[in-house]
Design a protein around this ligand. Sequence first.
Ligand code: FES
Ligand SMILES: [Fe+2]
Length: 443
Amino acid sequence: MRASARFRGRRRQRGLVLSGPELLMLKTKYRDLEQASPFEGTDRSGEPVKMPTKDETAAGSGGELHLETPEDFAQARGSFADYVKAKLGFRNYWYPALLSEELAGGEAKGVRLLGEKLLLRRVNGTVRAVQDQCLHMGVRFSRKPECYTADTITCWYHGFTYSLLDGKLVAILTEPGSKLCGKLSLKTYPVAEAKGIVFVFIGDGAPGPLSHDVPPGFLDDGLAINGIRDDVKTNWRVGAENGFDTTHIYIHRDSVLIPGNRLMLPIGLVPSNRQGIEVRDQSEPKGVLDHMAQSYSPVFEASIGGEKVVESRGLKGEKRVAATVSIWMPGSLKVDPWPDPELIQFEWYVPVDVDRHMYWRVLGKQAKSADEVEAFRLEFDSLWKTLALRGFNDQDIWAREGLEEFYRNDEAWTSEHLFKPDACKVAWRRLASRINRGIQPLK
Ligand code: FES
Ligand SMILES: [Fe+2]
């Protein structure tokens, strides 16, 4: 039995002390998890889960698991140089900017993405985005937005007025008939709206489809979405790597979510075979998948010098979650299922500036009718927002703030000492370096 062998091996390697009944219980749970896993063949969104062949693992994705020694990791560093440069993220992708409801009342809102300042407003039902900086003397419109007509923005300082449709300067309120009108234009940005989220394309030229830049399944018909967004004072890469880190769940061991939703959650997950990490780089979106249920060994307790010091509160949980965790370009996460077997969690880590990112926490649930959509909205507001998004993921924000001081400096990427479970993060860094559509330049 694969699960038993894995538990024996892990126990021997890590010196864990599990009693006979406890060990039997864990073996049974994880054997059942593997056998009953609905994730073999396809994930919940119907996307095929392509397990690499033996040859592929030797050459590519599964080969990341060869990263075990300090020399392995040192050698891997050269292959993620672009990622280190991407302090402001990757250019020519769609990014979530605002919740649709934030523009519902006709407001004009300023937002900063990848260091660029944007102003968004709904015009006749369609959201428009222009550069949030007056061409006269550079002030931001969003400091005091003035919209005298449905499709214009007027600068609060001297009254330069621009079309929100094409960015053209159409009037100057303090110099009627100015010769400048029609000769200056604000930069405009492509906008797409889906699942209650306003996405903006940050790049050059015509954008590709939104479906190429969001996690697979996010746009599926019938998937109802609810979420929140917050400002976090760290670089976006710290956010992305915190989400995709299989042993960072150590920080969540005292989360209210574990007993609150009876989750079976270990304190760490260690890759146990070469099929654990899948790099998907032949189709859009591009990303890296961690096949947790199939190829990772759980760690439920830990000892120092033979004395047990930590035990997971998830040891006695019944609900199985996080069978697959995946990260996608340009910087989003999918945890399937999470924080309940009926839900999927999506996250985005959108660069705001070099030392800030917008953290999106979004839950998806299948809903077949308007009533089910509304029921999920109530469930989200009354339960999941507090129990899961705050009660679990606020711990991630705290952890990222702890990482920021170190990773603020480029030397961090060469002085860190990674260990075997970090192989998935290295796979992500390498993919992002190899296939990105452009690095956002530093101003
Ligand atoms: S700075 Fe905007 S009108 Fe003068
Ligand atoms: Fe986390």
